[in-house]
Design a protein around this ligand. Structure first.
Ligand code: 5GP
Length: 195
């Protein structure tokens, strides 16, 4: 499993705005991107759709995939909340002749970079501060106070991994961050056109 298009990883603490940036990039046709739909064991939130946002599955089913070595990478991101990228998903996107874009946690992002060093652009999205992160998660109000605190506790650890990424985008102003992300990805997927 080492062929096909480029791999673009966006990782960040929950609430940093990486999902918004990834959605923005997906709307830009010239980048030829397709979203990597992860397997996940948590409950769907709000408008989320199975097979579009995630492949939602039981913990038992997820563990079966681990045993069968079906994952490129997987993580127990929060306790009993498993997330992972299925090899089949990456192959599906490569078969379409497209580049893969990932919205995954920092450990998973770094693992993909390590597995496919030349093909991968690993981007870390940095929030202005942990306080701002907390404010955004509360504003989103899709989770309980307890879950928000769990995400904040993890954010401190995640922020420390930023230097291991190819590049860091500071998301202080969303429009600036979106433009920066576009330029980075454009240069990575079509290097010849930008000389
Ligand atoms: P959420 O529950 O907010 O959708 O996602 C929680 C965290 O899990 C986010 O940081 C998200 O990027 C990450 N995540 C989603 N899919 C994957 C995956 O396939 N692998 C890994 N390692 N993390 C993932």
């Amino acid at each position: 499993m080492n062929k096909g298009g480029k791999l673009i990883v966006f990782s960040a603490p929950s609430g940093s705005g990486k999902t918004t940036i990834v959605r923005h990039l997906l709307g830009i046709e010239e980048l030829n991107l397709e979203f990597s739909i992860s397997a996940a064991t948590r409950e769907p939130r709000g408008e989320e759709v199975n097979g579009k946002d995630y492949y939602f599955m039981s913990i038992e089913e997820f563990k079966k995939h681990i045993k069968n070595e079906d994952f490129v990478e997987w993580e127990e991101v929060y306790r009993d909340n498993f997330y992972g990228t299925l090899k089949k998903e990456v192959e599906r996107i490569w078969a379409l002749g497209k580049n893969v874009i990932f919205d995954i946690d920092v450990a998973g992002g770094l693992r993909i970079k390590k597995k496919f060093p030349e093909q991968t652009l690993a981007v870390f999205v940095k929030p202005p501060s942990v306080d701002e992160l907390k404010r955004r998660l509360k504003e989103r109000s899709t989770e309980s106070e307890e879950k928000i605190n769990m995400r904040i506790a993890k954010a401190h650890v995640e922020l420390a991994t930023a230097p291991q990424f190819d590049t860091i985008i500071k998301n202080y102003d969303l429009d600036v961050a979106k433009e920066e992300a576009y330029q980075l990805v454009k240069n990575f997927v079509n290097p010849a056109e930008n000389q």
